[in-house]
Ligand binder design. Structure first.
Ligand code: NAD
Length: 377
């Protein structure tokens, strides 16, 4: 945005490089980890914490590892993989010593490796809980990809393991570090254009012939689990509220074979305590990527909202004009700093668990055709 509201505040948010840290996306999470002085000495290399990526698939290889070449507070120290053929390429590209390369079988022995401070779990959704819990049992801090797990019960076990280990848990919610989405948060929660009257959002893409994403056991559901979760997040951070009820309708399946286990597309509505009802959609068959907020004094929106880069936004004051930063680098740097400073992540396990609860409520509404209340906890 060239002109408009509170420019210095916006500039400050992304200039500090950790914009999300300033935004109160959540309210119910404490500030301190309670780590004791017995905490092991960090393995900082040139002051950077070591991250081990668990699962070397598309996201780890395409986004996270390259981002770790740009981070200031952490670096790629190790890898955990079940595919030995991937090792030589990763070793050479990221200069990873043999002693920091693990298989799923010897993963637990990572506890003896002082080079690794943080485990980053980038596996299929149903494996997040196990590898996060084993990461905590190895005495490491953990970043876990979204969705945190496929059941709330698994989330509870992960949070319990975190507490027992007295370590930190963060979810891979990169958009909390992305300037255009942060601007939506500011405009929405500070009511810059008055009260919100309507919000809609959608994230979908044409899924390839994959894989675990189309299998209920691995993914826990279809596009809702994968990309619809971003829309759920956007509704919560743009309003600054948590929903009280949801309704949902499954879309028609045009490819019964591919979508034999999970939904092909889905629309759902989230009802907030002030009466606001938001319209949301997701799909594995259609491309969509937007977040639109209609307020009393005009519309503010992202027409490209959730991708790794290329966000575009408009407000009544003009087009948004923020730098396009490396979201993953900023997200991992923010977590490394919270570890160093013994603070809580701004995207903690409690937030991941909250969202899994909403995902399950949407599926319940889809299956039952009924309005599903979300119990406050
Ligand atoms: P992918 O299929 O490309 O990679 C998955 C990795 O897990 C592969 O290396 C595969 O070998 C490994 N794996 C181990 N056991 C497996 C098993 N039993 N079945 C299948 N794969 C197995 O997937 P991805 O796109 O990298 O997604 C991984 C995780 O990251 C998912 O939870 C996904 O939701 C998340 N993700 C997040 C973002 C984001 O923007 N935050 C983007 C993409 C993916």
């Amino acid at each position: 945005m060239k002109n408009g509201n509170n420019g210095s505040r916006r500039k400050f948010l992304y200039d500090i490089g950790l914009a999300g840290l300033s935004i109160p996306f959540i309210s119910a999470v404490g500030n301190c980890t309670g780590e004791t002085k017995k905490q092991k000495t960090m393995s900082a290399k040139n002051g950077k914490l070591g991250i081990a990526l668990v699962g070397l698939g598309g996201y780890a290889g395409g986004q996270l590892a390259p981002a770790l070449l740009q981070t200031e507070h952490c670096y790629l120290a190790g890898i955990v993989t079940g595919t030995p053929s991937k090792i030589p390429v990763w070793k050479e590209k990221y200069n990873i010593p043999d002693k920091n390369i693990y298989s799923y079988d010897n993963y637990d022995s990572i506890k003896d490796n002082p080079d690794i401070d943080i485990i980053y779990v980038v596996l299929p959704n149903n494996m997040h809980a196990e590898y996060t819990i084993r990461g905590f049992e190895a005495g490491k801090h953990v970043i876990c990809e979204k969705p945190m797990a496929i059941t709330v019960e698994d989330c509870d076990k992960m949070i319990a393991a975190r507490k027992k280990a007295n370590k930190l848990l963060s979810i891979g919610y990169r958009l909390h570090f992305e300037p255009y989405n942060l601007e939506m948060v500011r405009l929405g929660t500070q009511k810059i254009y008055g009260h919100l009257k309507k919000i809609s959002g959608g994230f979908g893409f044409r899924a390839g012939p994959s894989q675990w994403r189309l299998t209920q056991k691995y993914a826990g559901g279809g596009p809702l689990m994968d990309v619809g979760i971003y829309v759920i997040q956007a509704m919560c951070y743009t309003t600054g509220m948590e929903p009280i009820a949801v309704t949902a309708q499954e879309g028609i399946k045009t490819d019964l074979e591919r979508f034999s286990e999970v939904e092909q597309s889905l629309t759902w509505q989230m009802e907030f305590p002030n009466g606001l009802i938001t319209e949301c959609k997701t799909s594995y068959a259609d491309n969509m990527n937007f977040l639109k907020a209609e307020a009393e004094k005009g519309i503010f929106e992202l027409t490209s909202a959730y991708n790794y880069t290329g966000q575009k936004g408009n407000t009544p004051a003009g087009a948004m004009d923020f730098p396009h930063i490396n979201q993953q680098a900023r997200q991992m740097d923010a977590f490394a700093l919270t570890v160093k400073n013994k603070k809580q992540s701004i995207v903690p396990g409690e937030m991941g668990r909250r969202d899994v609860k909403y995902l399950q409520a949407v599926y319940e509404a889809m299956r039952s055709g009924k309005r599903v209340l979300i119990k406050a906890e």
